[in-house]
Design a protein around this ligand. Structure first.
Ligand SMILES: Cc1cc2nc3c(=O)[nH]c(=O)nc-3n(C[C@H](O)[C@H](O)[C@H](O)COP(=O)(O)OP(=O)(O)OC[C@H]3O[C@@H](n4cnc5c(N)ncnc54)[C@H](O)[C@@H]3O)c2cc1C
Length: 410
């Protein structure tokens, strides 16, 4: 009997333990353990909805405790702090700060990534981030009073990748809806991007469509604008311009937590991502695997797997199959990411997508349904289609009864 320890219960890690738990633990073949500090799982691409007050906590958050019980894996509420490869053990810290040791036969690291402030002065002190549900909740607690205030309030968002675009559009939509109830409510949103277009990692024609939609939503988009310094209520650009705001959010770039770079000699890149071979195994240790945003995984074309939810999900499915092969004494197959395209939500009812290797750009309400499908597919792995169907129906009913923006319309 082998013990498989998965660290991080996000888009990649939670799908992996679900598949492994159902497969191995029920039959008592192997033990599956999830190490995760949070009590609930939130689908990270929807954190901007928590920050904008439009997320449905009751329907869309997953309790690790309950999920682990139903899917036969062990959930340990703690964070990984260190690794001892010789002893095949990790050091974990619980919420009281107590350290303990957990042994493994196979270790999978899936701790994701966080925003990259590129060491820009003042950013960590004067900007909010959206890297976890807790941070998104903190952002919401500061955004909510701005939505309720009389007169115009101003939010600046730095970084026009998927996170920045989706957050700007969601906030603009909330502000528009609120204006219907209270005519003096007014939120001005500025989206600041260093490159010459929004979604710099996507195809140029998609960027143009997303830009048009943001402008229609009333978002002030400033491209070719690099932030050099953040101060209280101010962003200073490399041109010396000063952008003032009541609240500043940083959503530019990604990097992994620094502790990954000092993990018992494992190889990392400049973003602190752990280097793996094509089978998702770390380059220096055959019993340690990495999936999701924290892996630098090579691809046959010479590039690397992109840090996206879709890639995290595919890697989890692939590794679940390959661990079964490995435990049955077979060789492991390489992971090849199959890019199904990119879909960006621009507000609640509209999305822009690039499909078929960027040959087809689609937009509209039906594309927004496609965006939701990616989340539903994740839920399907976690719960099965029956519960997903029930959640979709419940959500529709609740949406027709409740206001769009969740709190404090008075
Ligand atoms: C607001 C936002 C919008 C996004 N929109 C999109 C989008 O539209 N499309 C898209 O493809 N991607 C999007 N992304 C990126 C996508 O969410 C990530 O690529 C994906 O979640 C990566 O999955 P992961 O499992 O590697 O990491 P995560 O989903 O981040 O999960 C990491 C888990 O590890 C846990 N963890 C962290 N440190 C430790 C530790 N020391 N010990 C134990 N556990 C730990 C965390 O609590 C978390 O549960 C978005 C991201 C954000 C923040």
């Amino acid at each position: 009997m082998s013990k498989i320890v998965v660290v991080g219960g996000g888009a990649a890690g939670l799908e992996l333990v679900t598949r492994l738990g159902r497969r191995f633990s029920r039959r008592g073949e192997h033990e599956v353990v999830l190490v995760e500090p949070a009590s609930h799982h939130y689908w990270k691409p929807r954190l901007h909805e928590i920050a904008a007050g439009t997320f449905d906590n009751e329907l869309d958050a997953v309790s690790y405790l309950q999920h682990s019980y139903c899917n036969q894996y062990r959930y340990v509420q703690a964070s990984m702090a260190d690794l001892n490869r010789e002893n095949k053990s990790i050091e974990i810290r619980n919420s009281d700060g107590q350290l303990s040791t957990l042994h493994y036969d196979y270790l999978v690291i899936a701790v994701g990534a966080v925003s990259n402030d590129f060491k820009t002065e003042g950013v960590s002190e004067h900007c909010l981030f959206l890297d976890s549900a807790d941070q998104a909740q903190q952002a919401w607690e500061q955004i909510n009073p701005l939505l309720k205030a009389d007169g115009q309030r101003h939010i600046s968002i730095v970084g026009a990748g998927a996170t920045g675009v989706e957050l700007a559009a969601e906030l603009a939509k909330v502000s528009q809806k609120l204006k219907r109830y209270r005519h003096d409510a007014d939120l001005k949103i500025t989206l600041v991007e260093a490159s010459d277009r929004v979604l710099p990692a996507g195809p140029a024609c998609m960027s143009q469509k997303v830009l048009n939609s943001l402008v229609q939503h009333g978002v002030d988009v400033k491209t070719n604008t690099r932030v050099n310094r953040a101060e209280k209520g101010k962003l200073v650009t490399d041109q010396g311009d000063v952008l003032t705001a009541d609240l500043q959010l940083w959503a530019a770039g990604i990097k992994c937590a620094p502790w990954l770079a000092s993990l018992d000699g494992l190889e990392t890149n400049r973003l602190n991502q752990l280097k793996v071979d094509s089978t998702l195994r770390t380059t220096l240790d055959d019993s340690i695997f990495v999936i999701g945003d924290s892996a630098e995984c090579p691809q046959p074309d010479g590039g690397f797997v992109t840090p996206r939810a879709q890639a995290a999900n595919q890697a989890a499915g692939h590794l679940a199959r390959q661990l079964r092969r490995l435990l049955n004494g077979k060789s492991m197959m390489p992971f090849i990411f199959n890019d199904g395209g990119m879909v960006i939500a621009v507000g609640h009812n509209y999305a822009v997508g690039s499909l078929m290797n960027n040959k087809l750009i689609v937009r509209g309400r039906f594309v927004r349904n496609l965006y939701d499908t990616i989340f539903r597919l994740h839920q399907q792995i976690l719960f099965g289609w029956g519960r997903v169907a029930a959640l979709v129906v419940l959500k529709r009913v609740k949406a027709s009864l409740n206001p769009f923006y969740k709190h404090n319309i008075s």
